[in-house]
Design a protein around this ligand. Sequence first.
Ligand code: CUA
Length: 334
Amino acid sequence: MFDNFPLWPQRASTIAGNVDALFIFLLIVTGLMTVLVFSAVIYFAARYRHRRGVPAEQIEGSTPLELTWTFIPLAIFMVIFAWGAIVYFKERTPPRDATEVYVVAKQWMWKLEHAEGQREINELHVPVGQDVKLIMTSQDVIHSFYVPAFRIKQDVLPGRYTIEWFHATKAGTYHLFCAEYCGTQHSGMIGSIVVMEPAQYEAWMSGSPSGPLSAAGEKIFAELGCATCHRMDTQGRGPNLLGVFGKPVQLEDGRTIVADENYVRESILDPGAKVVQGFKPVMPTFQGLVSEEQLNALVAYVKSLSKPVGQPSVKTASGQEMAPKAPAKGSQVE
Ligand code: CUA
């Protein structure tokens, strides 16, 4: 009906309908309130207008009336709060087993790298009907990854990872915008999300010869000499990284944290920040020595050391084949 007069962008993700429903509810509530308030203003202005010879009547307040206009709005606001929280948590919580794509923003472009190794600039190809998790960081200033058709938007910050996810429901090409002013060519920092049918996507994927990102990470891990300390046994000067990702880690200062992307990243750039219990802060920082892309590859590699059974076995930095059952305990999320 609204084909030539679109009031909303296309809905192309599972969350889009949820966001729109809440938005429409807010529109209706605020619209009704506006009509109510202005009708009352006009009615009272006429009804209680100044009349010659009629003295003003003093009204001393009414408890039932005040309770009514306190509790009805409170109830409406609580509905908005609860509904908003539900949609928010759904949108903020990436499902397990989502396909992962690493995003590096810079002035003024988007660099995307699939866990399978495909690299893209300002374009992201994804299959329809699959959960996709974006692990995003920036090389310079704050950007924002915004796809109106999916109703998702998330700031992309330098120095840390932020996460967003979507599940595309319709094949097509959708706008990608940078939604945070980031310099002269901010408005040109645009791209597209190409949602493809699974078969098409398979064909597109097989067109690229590059190996998985984790393999690139493994190579960097070996080149930087990480493997000399992070050995695959208990004799290393650094913790064994097998099965660590997604698991709680006991720290030297008594805290327990979960090993997520940001933890791995921080441990590479600022190794003294969170030292694992039983180890000394002897690791040097790699700040300035690894690029954002190399960091992503290293994170993907550490993650691959915790893949559940069924995933292809991974090789250690020394070239030794590890049995897939060893890291099986460290299935990604608990
Ligand atoms: Cu990047 Cu605006």
